[in-house]
Ligand binder design. Structure first.
Ligand code: NAD
Length: 454
């Protein structure tokens, strides 16, 4: 039996040791899930709705505890961790309305009645990354359960604590044993077994594009459904006609939130050349004003990176000879700290411009006109998120339509709302989560023709 020693990223103290699930244990969990799913899908829709509402209430009651766990395990600032726990509750509440709204269709045909049913897939495997451990898990399990499925969830190796607690809360809320199981362990063992297991009908994978491709290939070999939420390198496009003060004041929070460990991070700021110098002047105090420090402190806006390994990966993008425009602050001493860093890259093909750094590092590049802004924004293999700053309504709409990305915001940096769809273009993913249609993505459409012939 192997295990992971969990380390508090803010001070490097040892938190706890977590044993890894074995392949035999994954198989036993999938068998239990299949059993639980049969009973769950046979319940009245109103009973499943009620179960999800009770689960949401249990999460609400434990929100301080969940937030505290995320502070310890992931180094998230406490205010953000509280928002995350509340978001899980809200996602569950939103999808608790779905069981009673899973309507099929009645399609006009000759000689009878044709109807469609949205049948649950069965057992869903959900594989999540370490950056937002509880929220991303809920984007999968809430709609999957609502559609009548059971879920086997694999948290990331470094950050399993909130997911394990959510599994306990599901039981405390009265959801059937086996319906939502959390199996900590290695991606190459637990994650891979969920992909290869014939009893798992769909995989929801959130993580790196490299591993996502392997997961997709594994699913292809079994013609298994798959949703992929992968990496990003999103653009924050600032036109000269925009509210430059507001664009500059908010830009740090669009990339440094969660210490840049955010798939939606606007990590490429593109600024119209005529406003470039003024924007940088305004950006500097905003970056220096980001409060970086102890995650447990209510005033903290940015915490540490998640691990020593990840800190080393991020630091490798900023060698001593980097073109650093300016930097914010970070604590010294123990913990995986890296200051907010603004780079002026020498070229548009520099790896700081093209690769997902997943840390508090942002590049700023100039563009001349709208066409060049769109070309630069789209010069990425990714297409997850992005922002457009302009006062010209026509331009806002033209540029929003032209940028190849799943989640854009105009004069704001919002990306995630549980009631709107979320997902990526290009190598940022496949399929959508959240929003009104997410529960349907966990069903098979069955068409039934009933003859009316005598
Ligand atoms: P990762 O790809 O290393 O791991 C993600 C999950 O996959 C983990 O649980 C891991 O254990 C598991 N895994 C690893 N190898 C596996 C295998 N062979 N088979 C099955 N599962 C396997 O990613 P990470 O480092 O944990 O997370 C960071 C990445 O996640 C970034 O690229 C980020 O952009 C992306 N991300 C995307 C979104 C989104 O919604 N698009 C959200 C958050 C994070």
């Amino acid at each position: 039996m192997t295990s992971t020693i969990l380390i508090n990223p803010a001070d490097e103290s040892v938190l706890r040791e977590i044993e890894h699930t074995t392949v035999a244990e994954v198989d036993a969990a999938v068998a239990r899930a299949a059993d639980a799913q049969r009973g769950w899908s046979a319940l009245a829709p109103s009973a499943r709705a009620e179960g999800l509402r009770r689960f949401a209430l249990a999460v609400d009651g434990a929100s301080e505890e969940l937030a505290a766990l995320e502070v310890l395990n992931s180094g998230h600032p406490i205010t953000q961790a509280r928002w995350e726990a509340g978001h899980v509750r809200d996602v569950l509440t939103y999808y608790s309305a779905a069981p009673e709204r899973m309507t099929g269709r009645q399609i006009p045909v000759a000689g009878g009645l044709d109807v469609t049913f949205l049948e649950p897939i069965g057992v869903i495997g959900i594989i999540v990354p370490w950056n937002f451990p509880m929220t991303i898990a809920s984007w999968g399990f809430a709609p999957a359960l609502a559609a009548g499925n059971a879920v086997v969830l694999k948290p990331a190796e470094w950050t399993p604590l909130t997911a394990i607690r959510l599994g306990e809360l599901a039981l405390e809320a009265g959801l059937p044993e086996g319906l939502l199981q959390v199996l900590p362990g290695k991606g190459s063992v637990v994650g891979d077994r969920l992909v290869t297991h014939p009893g798992v009908g769909k995989i929801v994978f959130t993580g790196s594009t490299a591993v996502g491709k392997q997961v997709m290939a594994g699913c292809a070999a079994r013609v298994k459904a798959v949703t992929l939420e992968l990496g990003g390198k999103s653009a924050n496009v600032v036109f000269a006609d925009s509210d430059l003060e507001k664009a500059a004041a908010t830009a740090p929070y669009a990339v440094f939130e969660n210490a840049g460990q955010d798939c939606c991070a606007r990590s490429r700021i593109l600024v119209q050349r005529s406003a470039f110098d003024r924007f940088l002047e305004l950006l500097e105090p905003a970056v220096k004003g980001v409060v970086v420090g102890a995650p447990g402190d209510d005033r903290t806006e940015m915490g540490p990176l998640v691990s020593r390994t990840h800190l080393d990966n991020v630091a490798a993008y900023v060698p001593d000879d980097s073109q650093v425009a300016f930097r914010g602050s970070a604590p010294t001493g123990p913990g995986f700290w890296f200051p907010p860093t603004v780079l002026l890259p020498a070229s548009r093909t520099d790896r700081t411009v093209t690769e997902e750094i997943f840390g508090p590092v942002v590049t700023v590049l100039p563009f001349d006109d709208e066409a060049e802004a769109v070309e630069l924004a789209n010069a990425s293999e990714y297409g997850l998120s992005g922002s457009i700053w302009t006062r010209d309504v026509g331009r806002a709409i033209r540029v929003s339509r032209a940028i190849e990305s799943g989640n854009l915001s105009v004069n704001s940096h919002s990306s995630v709302r549980y009631s709107t769809p979320f997902g990526g273009f290009k190598q940022s993913g496949l399929g959508r989560e959240l929003g009104p249609d997410a529960a349907e993505a966990f069903t098979e459409t069955k068409n039934v023709f009933i003859s009316t012939a005598d």
